[in-house]
Design a protein around this ligand. Structure first.
Ligand code: DC
Length: 226
């Protein structure tokens, strides 16, 4: 079949990664979490004591960064930064801010573009991010823009962080999320927005299973049964 890749974009906390994992497993697609790439660069910048908005400083660090994505036995994507598995470290809230800031830099986006595209050449992917349908895979067979209202998204993220034992409050999570959405949507380079040919899936009123069914229905309608 022609391009069976799925582009899944949307703001933080819309449930993209949880849904993407389940749906890709269901259809035998390779799940690519592109946020993990920006997060890894954010982590490297943070560890090198360079400010997250210091474009010149970040640019100087790029040649020192080697990124690898691997999949463990259960198909979970592991993020490897210069040989070190940073899959857990990149999820810390302070790294979210770094990821969002460095992702606004055109040089950082350029640095990651080829890596993302080459994954979709090798495999049928379900790729989640902010600019997959608009920039990375403009020919994706299916584009979905998944969203939910800010309070719902903040609550989901809050519960996720709490479950991981990360100390925070709902208000803190919501504030940080609104700031990050603004940062991601208002930047000039590949801002977060739905592609013209994307299907909009609003999960505000849907639980996880209902969202899963809705996304599976879109994939089936486009590509047929798995
Ligand atoms: O999906 P996430 O929250 O892990 O992404 C972290 C940051 O990376 C997000 O705030 C914006 C940026 N990002 C991006 O600019 N483009 C992508 N395709 C994926 C993530």
């Amino acid at each position: 079949m022609e391009n069976r890749s799925v582009a899944l974009d949307g703001p933080a906390g819309a449930g993209k990664s949880t849904l993407a994992k389940r749906v890709s497993e269901h259809f035998g697609l390779i799940y690519v979490d592109t946020g993990a790439l920006y997060r890894s660069i954010g982590l490297f910048v943070f560890r090198n004591n360079v400010a997250s908005r210091d474009a010149e400083g970040v640019l100087k660090l790029l040649p020192e960064i080697r990124l690898d994505m691997r999949y463990d036995d259960s198909g979970v994507q592991r993020m490897i930064l210069n040989g070190e598995d940073v899959t857990e470290d990149i999820r810390l809230p302070e790294i979210s801010v770094y990821a969002s800031d460095v992702s606004a830099m055109p040089a950082v986006r350029e640095f990651l573009l080829e890596m993302q595209r080459s994954m979709a050449v090798k495999y049928n992917v379900l790729m989640d991010g902010r600019d997959i349908g608009t920039v990375v895979l403009p020919d994706a067979g299916l584009k979905v823009f998944i969203t939910a209202d800010a309070s719902t998204r903040a609550n989901r993220r809050y519960l996720e962080l709490k479950a991981k034992g990360i100390e925070t409050t709902f208000d803190e999570v919501k504030d940080a999320m609104i700031k990050r959405d603004k940062n991601d949507s208002e930047r000039e380079a590949a801002p977060l927005k739905a592609a013209d040919d994307a299907v909009i899936l609003d999960t505000s009123e849907l639980n996880l299973d209902e969202s899963f069914d809705a996304l599976c229905n879109l994939v089936t309608a486009k590509f047929g049964e798995k």
